[in-house]
Design a protein around this ligand. Structure first.
Ligand code: NAG
Ligand code: NAG
Ligand code: NAG
Ligand code: NAG
Ligand code: NAG
Ligand code: NAG
Ligand code: NAG
Length: 727
């Protein structure tokens, strides 16, 4: 019996050994830093809804960096809680890295990928079209991102240690749906028949473990939009992927561990374990899993156009939660649970990455790209891509956020930036119309260069390789099928050019620069939002397939590529129209930091505590790696911070209360069910601006309140407010 068992174990070990080669030891560094943008008055990047301005913080935005070095080469992958990465950020970050770490980091071995949260402040992109709803350039958004990305890379660089990397893949079924099934259905039937679902359900994860057994971090890729928070949300939020990252980091680091540069408090989520939930081919993939319906009638929307009575504004997708915060929680938690279960598989049962670190990178002039495509009627033909242009359905938006900005009408006279640049709009030329056919061209952005370029022509294409794992960093949003074709093509190209037979490619979406969507040729014919936003015309996807195959060959045949044309760097051309803070003034007979509305002195778990303070404008100081609020518990006569504005159960809301510079901070804490009985208080921190432009810190604290399941009765007349049961 024992001998049989012994033989079984030996066989199992041999089998395991046969399956998985010995792990390569790399040098790995991980780092995280705060990149939260201005928390008031700035348009959120993503939905192009001019009315969606930031007014507080639900969760903070972070940059999460991972460096892998094999002794000869190194690569850096950075996942950033922002809508999308832009050329101007990539260029600025690369330039500063080259100065600080000559020879180590360049544009070629650093990938910056946005998570695609639609609840981060905008105004940090260099081309005109991306700045219309933010009313131009926002320097604070740009600085917060660039400084924080660099800080996260610094931290990763400073803690590089020998480590192994393990690969895992599993399926997560119920956290995404296809929001453009009518387009998907235009892909060939034989191709669709290869797949069970019309979105990718795979989650792919890399697990980083130091050779002495310390968990260091994970990166995973799962295709879903970060649009659980909808286009009415005023809170900065890292949406479902950001929340999943906080859950994972909290599970390993504990909520109260806080290395990194800690300015005031010992509690902000900053490592040492870093968990990045990164974006992938999410182009047609929504987290709103209850699907779209007509909000006036409750009936299904028109299948092809996603409209109700010809109005796209009425066709909106919801769920799975009771409101958008609940949906963010559910979709984030599902991603976390899946990643966590994959993480907790013993390393010996996971496939280790094995082999060298390499990278390939090239700038490409997309409108000039020619590519051979198979025409079903005419056989192979050579096609040239088009100057960028947006189709009509772009203005309609999607079921995750119907279009709110009418470009054809000039939309609003209150948008000074549009009043300035909108006059440059031109009728599309015959060449553009024919090239983009069947797209009806709404904005011929490639034909306008006043006051500077409206859209990119030159884009970055890039692949990182770690052993048998390839990260294809793409400058936009590939749809499900567009991504499947790319992954398959690159896996074959790698194997056919001397790469390992177990090579696997993952798509890192929204990397380095932004060119909107990339659909398949067949999906393009339907001209829904994603096709209308495939800016270089019907053969855009074919060109990327061709280009990324070229990058793959360059890696596995070890053949260097030329750099390609240099993209423009438009930082000094930017136009800022949004005014800065003029000055702040406290409410009559009050000081900044005065608590205007105290919390009810008793609260039960599951209830919400609220407090209101006299505030200064959040743009006076972004409080990076810091916080606009804390919750503290009294322990042995000391106050200990247990929450900041970065936590999912706290909300910092900022409200202007008069035209003469008065404002209030409304703080909320939804007391978790497992909160221990005790005495608690809430504080607000900020800065106000004097008439003489000096910026002064202030803070204020509530009276204490007691958390307990047993609510004592107090005279209501002595209270200014009651804690709500829910919000
Ligand atoms: C890259 O960084 C490492 C570690 O800091 C350093 O030892 C090395 O000299 C750097 N390489 C170059 C080419 O600067
Ligand atoms: C929707 O618009 C199309 C084309 O403009 C028109 O033919 C159709 O009658 C409209 N449908 C409704 C329900 O208004
Ligand atoms: C956004 O979500 C809220 C619930 O949190 C809902 O009341 C509202 O209708 C949604 N709005 C849109 C445009 O989806
Ligand atoms: C693209 O092609 C046009 C026309 O041939 C040429 O004028 C232009 O310089 C090219 N652009 C680049 C970046 O090579
Ligand atoms: C508190 O909330 C948790 C989680 O939502 C729930 O399971 C529990 O029943 C709630 N308890 C009370 C007393 O409401
Ligand atoms: C709060 O304000 C007081 C008084 O200005 C100051 O002494 C204290 O350092 C501030 N606390 C924090 C955490 O900023
Ligand atoms: C809150 O609890 C503390 C410790 O149990 C107690 O000393 C204090 O009186 C309580 N506060 C109120 C307002 O009941």
């Amino acid at each position: 019996m024992e001998e049989l068992f012994f033989r079984f174990v030996v066989l199992a070990l041999v089998a395991a050994h046969v399956c998985f080669a010995a792990p390569t030891t790399y040098k790995v560094g991980v780092g995280i830093a705060d990149v939260t943008g201005p928390a008031a008055d700035i348009n959120m990047m993503g939905y192009a809804n001019p009315a969606q301005l930031s007014a507080g913080i639900h969760t903070r935005q972070y940059s999460r960096a991972f460096i892998v070095d094999d002794g000869a080469k190194r690569v850096v992958f950075v996942s950033v809680d922002c809508a999308l990465m832009d050329q101007v950020i990539k260029t600025e970050v690369s330039n500063r890295l080259e100065i600080k770490y000559p020879g180590n980091y360049t544009a070629k071995n650093v990938v910056l990928s946005g998570t695609h949260t639609h609840s981060g402040p905008g105004g940090y992109l260099q081309y005109v079209l991306f700045l219309v709803t933010s009313k131009g350039w926002i320097q604070q958004s740009f600085d917060a991102l660039v400084d924080g990305i660099l800080l996260s890379i610094d931290r990763a660089h400073d803690n590089m240690i020998p480590a192994n990397i393990y690969y895992a893949k599993d399926t997560l079924i119920d956290a995404n749906i296809n929001r453009s099934p009518a387009s998907y259905l235009n892909n060939p039937a034989y191709e669709r028949a290869k797949y069970t679902y019309n979105t990718d359900k795979d989650m792919v994860q890399l697990k980083f473990v130091s050779t002495d057994g310390q968990p260091m971090g994970v990166i995973n890729w799962y295709a879903v939009h970060c649009t659980s928070m909808n286009n009415t949300n005023p809170y900065i939020s890292s949406d479902n992927k950001g929340y999943a990252g906080l859950l994972f980091e909290g599970a390993i680091n504990g909520l109260e561990v806080m290395p990194g540069e800690v300015r005031i408090f010992s509690l902000i989520y900053l490592g040492p374990f870093v968990a990045a939930f990164a974006s992938s081919n999410l182009g047609d993939v929504s987290p709103n899993t209850m699907g779209a319906k007509c909000i006036d009638t409750g009936l299904p929307c028109d299948f092809v156009s996603s409209s109700c009575n010809n109005r796209t504004q009425l066709c909106i997708a919801f769920g799975p939660g009771k409101d958008m915060v609940d949906s963010t929680r559910i979709i984030g938690d599902k991603q976390f649970q899946k990643a966590w279960s994959m993480y907790n598989v013993d390393d010996s049962e996971l496939e280790a990455l094995e082999g060298p670190v390499q990278f390939a990178h090239q700038f490409v002039d997309m409108p000039n790209y020619t590519v051979e495509v198979q025409d079903p009627v005419n056989g192979p033909t050579t096609e040239k891509l088009c100057k960028p242009a947006m189709g009509y359905s772009f203005a309609a938006g999607t079921t995750d956020g119907p279009g709110a900005f009418d470009f054809t009408q000039g939309a609003t006279s209150s948008n000074d930036f549009w009043n300035l640049v909108g006059s440059a709009l031109v009728e599309p030329s015959e060449e553009v119309k024919q090239c983009q056919h069947p797209k009806p061209v709404l904005l011929s952005t490639g034909e306008i260069s006043w006051p500077y370029d409206w859209h990119p022509n030159i884009v970055e294409t890039q692949i990182l390789r770690i052993g048998q794992f390839m990260i294809a960093a793409v400058p936009g949003e590939f749809t499900t099928m567009a991504g499947r074709r790319l992954r398959d093509a690159l896996n074959s190209e790698a194997t056919n050019n001397g790469g390992p037979s177990n090579v696997k490619t993952v798509i890192a979406g929204l990397s380095n620069g932004y060119t909107h969507y990339i659909t398949t040729f067949e999906e393009y014919q339907i001209q829904r939002y994603e096709g209308a936003s495939t800016i270089y015309g019907p053969h855009t996807h074919a060109a990327y397939l061709d280009q990324y195959k070229k990058l793959t060959r360059s890696i596995f045949k070890n053949e260097p590529l030329d750099d390609g044309p240099t993209p423009p760097f438009l930082l000094d051309k930017q136009i800022s129209i949004v005014r800065g803070v003029v000055f702040d003034r406290p409410a009559f007979e009050h000081e900044f930091g005065d608590c205007l509305v105290q919390p009810y002195p008793f609260v039960r778990p599951n209830e919400t505590v609220t407090a209101t303070f006299v505030a200064g404008h959040p743009r006076n100081n972004l409080m990076l790696e810091n916080t606009f609020m804390t919750v503290e518990v009294k322990e042995a006569n000391n106050w200990k911070v247990i929450r900041t504005d970065a936590h999912f159960d706290t909300f910092f809301f900022w409200e202007r209360t008069s035209a003469v510079g008065q404002s209030e901070a409304h703080l909320r804490w939804i007391v978790p069910a497992d909160t221990p009985d005790g005495e608690y208080r809430i504080s607000h921190y900020g800065h106000y601006k004097n008439i003489d432009a000096s910026i002064v810190p202030y803070n204020g604290t509530t009276q204490s309140f007691n958390v307990s399941w047993i609510r004592k009765i107090v005279a209501l007349s002595s209270l200014t407010t009651l804690n709500g049961i829910d919000f």
